[in-house]
Design a protein around this ligand. Structure first.
Ligand SMILES: C[S@@+](CC[C@H](N)C(=O)[O-])C[C@H]1O[C@@H](n2cnc3c(N)ncnc32)[C@H](O)[C@@H]1O
Length: 274
């Protein structure tokens, strides 16, 4: 069976698989290393006053809740996702955190946003672009709905850099590649963005890269492996027994504090060319 990105085809997942992805999105947002990468670019956005923020592909709304919790945020944070299951979770969690008054979550397709031109001051795609069917179409939509002088922020990983240490280097490399292929529709898209952003009417204002690295203990990469290994197995890219051995090794390495995993992430801050 060919690899099928679970986030692209989220509406085909069963209840159990949806539960695993919801848990992953929520635990990832609480992960200190990952939260820091979000805060690093959110801190550069102009978010004071009655600002209107849109997150495209908001999932369970974990990042928008983090943004809305910021002291002094008095704007409106709007989240759109293709999954009605995620949107229901996003609404429930926002209510539970008393953020219902400054957040709106609704179902929608990133390729065809249901908003007029120039509706938002800030538009964010946080780990969305690696999953969508057509990244250029999504970027054009983001450029369309942001106001002149506003900001479009795109954050995601360059998944050819995804690396888990494994004593058998050859199999380890195959496993890294299989994880990237099984999980992401566009694993290398972030290296195309300097060209693609311009083609989609967005001018780069700032950009940088960060490596997320865990050595000894694993947290971010623990939940990554546990959530996405089932998709590697289902894709039949590698022998199932060898994949199970790989996961058992990673768990043992974490228990013994000899674990290592890493991946590069890029952030692009842009403005519409018009
Ligand atoms: C890795 S999750 C990121 C969720 C959220 N941005 C976060 O960081 O917690 C990717 C999300 O993109 C959504 N998605 C993928 N393709 C989409 C599309 N065409 N339109 C809207 N949402 C989409 C998925 O449903 C999923 O919730």
């Amino acid at each position: 069976m060919a690899a099928r990105d679970p986030h692209r085809f989220v509406n085909d997942l069963d209840e159990e698989a949806l539960g695993r992805v919801v848990a992953r999105l929520e635990s990832r947002a609480r992960d200190a290393v990952f939260a820091e990468l979000f805060e690093k670019y959110v801190g550069r956005l102009a978010l004071s006053g009655a600002v209107r923020v849109l997150e495209v592909g908001c999932g369970t709304g974990a990042m928008l809740r983090m943004l809305a919790r910021q002291t002094g945020f008095s704007g409106l944070a709007w989240g759109v996702d293709q999954s009605s299951h995620f949107i229901a979770v996003a609404n429930r969690l926002a209510q539970e955190e008393n953020l219902g008054g400054c957040t709106v979550f609704e179902v929608g397709d990133a390729h065809e946003l249901n908003f007029p031109q120039a509706s938002f001051d800030v538009v964010i795609a946080h780990t969305l672009i690696s999953h969508v069917a057509n990244p250029a179409e999504v970027l054009r939509e983001m450029a369309r709905v942001v106001r002149p002088g506003g900001t479009v922020a795109v954050f995601d990983g360059d998944y050819s850099s995804l690396t888990y240490a494994y004593p058998d280097h050859v199999f380890g490399k195959h496993m890294d590649e299989a994880l990237a292929t099984a999980t992401f529709n566009n694993p290398l898209i972030m290296r195309d963005l300097p060209r693609l952003l311009r083609e989609c009417g967005l001018v780069l204002t700032e950009a940088w890269g960060d490596a997320v690295t865990e050595i000894g203990k694993g947290s971010y990469f623990k939940s990554f492996a546990e959530t996405y290994v089932p998709y590697v197995k289902r894709s039949q890219m590698l022998p199932e027994e060898a994949v199970d051995q790989w996961l058992a090794y990673q768990r043992q390495a974490m228990a013994e504090h000899i674990f290592l995993a890493s991946c590069n992430y890029y952030t692009y801050l842009t403005s519409p060319a018009r």
